[in-house]
Design a binder for this molecule. Structure first.
Ligand code: ASP
Ligand code: MG
Length: 440
């Protein structure tokens, strides 16, 4: 069986929902994971923030506006009177729940409950639409099987056991629909797999059922070799290895949740990235096959903070790095890049929620300098460190101030830390020299 995940844009308009129906209606049994309709989760985040700021009027305004959009979409999509009514009742209940949350004190659980409504809405509406179109479908409620453990990682044995029960007791269907992104935590409270987490839901289910393939359907022809928002003439990459895809997803290619390939790689389950608006396009196939050497793609990750840790006592002091890492461990902050010299260590983080506390701890034994607003630009490809152009990187980027460079951590990645203001210039320069073959 295959698992197909459709993103927000794919379920964001009646036209696209029709495309999705055509893609899945091929007579094969499948599992379909849906995101919330495009824009919904952002609106729900804004509503939760208004509640947090005790601005319930703004929250209520937003809830009403969103409700109107859903009513219009349902009228356009569901011509069948009974299904239309049934769906509107369900949707009204959800919007009443949202209105009720504006009277409650803010908490993380309240926020997560609000965020979960987007996927509950999209799956319910889509299921009713398939019924109207005569397709046998059933909902597998994600909150009955998807769960994270104390480390906020998916609890795979739990998910496997509960998924099987939910699947086996569902009405026999051709299309089994479930919610991406949402899950329960260890205390059985509503939680989620972080923004963009529907991709992760799809590969977790893929691993649990040993799927034949996981397909991630978005609004672009696969992963591109550079950021199409900043660079012209980017091209889709037809094949990526799991390692290359993981590096790209982690270092900024927005199309995939960073953890997407983790669950499926050990079972060798291919992940295909496809375009709902152009289903014929090949897209990107992620698998264990590594193809030709060289730089395949460039990606950038924003909002990076660099921390320089300087200590006279570091000289020949073993155990220094251990002391540094322990501080980051205590504050559950992961380090992305690291470089060292004899007198200083520079490292980067993207989660700066505990920055002040981390700096205060480090200052007990070292001098600290913090640079915010940095970007990591990352070059990815099988054996990228051996590419014939790699030695020219400094020349290509001679007028960009490179703050850190990481080379050799893996053969598939070279990362550069630069000022965020230089990002677009850097992406374009690299594109010209590496993919448009301007010579240096
Ligand atoms: N709806 C969630 C989000 O916007 C999850 C997803 O779309 O993957 O982040
Ligand atoms: Mg996404």
């Amino acid at each position: 069986m295959k698992v197909l995940k459709f993103g927000g844009t794919s379920v964001g308009s009646v036209k696209n929902i029709t495309n999705v129906k055509n893609i899945i209606n091929d007579g094969n049994k499948k599992i379909v994971v849906l995101s919330a309709m495009s824009g919904t989760t952002n609106e729900l985040v804004a509503i939760a923030n208004h509640i947090k700021d005790e601005n319930s009027n703004e929250a209520i305004n937003k809830i009403h506006k969103l409700h109107e959009i859903y009513s219009l979409t349902i009228d356009e999509l569901l011509i069948d009177k009974t299904l239309n009514n049934e769906t509107k009742n369900y949707v009204s209940d959800i919007f009443s729940l949202l209105i009720n949350s504006t009277y409650k004190p803010f908490s993380n659980i309240l926020e997560n409950t609000i965020l979960a409504q987007g996927e509950l809405l999209s799956t319910y509406i889509f299921n009713c639409y398939l019924k109207q179109e005569g397709i046998r479908s059933a909902i597998l409620p994600a909150l009955n099987f998807m769960r994270i453990d104390t480390a906020k990682e998916p609890d795979l044995p739990y998910i496997k056991k509960h998924f099987e029960t939910v699947f086996n007791t569902a009405e026999t269907s051709d299309v089994y629909i479930t919610q991406g992104f949402i899950c329960l935590d260890v205390d059985d409270k509503i939680s989620n797999l972080q923004r963009g987490g529907s991709d992760y839901t799809a590969t977790i289910i893929g691993a649990v059922i040993k799927a034949e393939e996981v397909q991630i359907w978005t609004d672009i022809d696969g992963m591109h070799n550079n950021d199409p928002r900043h660079v012209e003439n980017t091209k889709p990459i037809s094949n990526l290895s799991y390692d290359e895809a993981a590096e790209l997803a982690y270092f900024g290619a927005k199309i995939l949740h960073p953890q997407t390939v983790t669950p499926v790689r050990e079972y060798n389950i291919p992940v295909s990235l496809k375009n709902t608006m152009n289903p014929e396009a090949h897209g990107t196939l992620i698998s264990s096959i590594t193809s030709e050497n060289g730089i395949k793609a460039i990606a950038a990750k924003d909002n990076i903070t660099a921390i320089k840790i300087k200590s006279g006592r570091m000289l020949q002091a073993h155990g220094f790095l251990k002391k540094v890492f322990e501080v980051f461990e205590v504050y559950e902050t992961s380090i992305d890049m690291i470089t060292t010299s004899e007198v200083a260590v520079s490292l980067t983080i993207d989660d700066d929620r505990n920055l002040d506390k981390i700096v205060a701890e480090l200052e007990k034994f070292a001098l600290i300098e913090v640079d915010k607003n940095q970007s990591i630009v990352c070059l990815v490809g099988h054996s990228v460190v051996n590419h014939e152009y790699t030695y020219k990187l400094f020349k290509i980027l001679k007028d960009v101030k490179i703050r850190m460079i990481s080379y050799g951590g893996s053969k598939n990645n070279i990362s550069l830390l630069i000022n965020a203001d230089d990002k677009v210039k850097t992406l374009r320069k690299l594109n010209n020299y590496l993919f448009e073959l301007v010579t240096v």
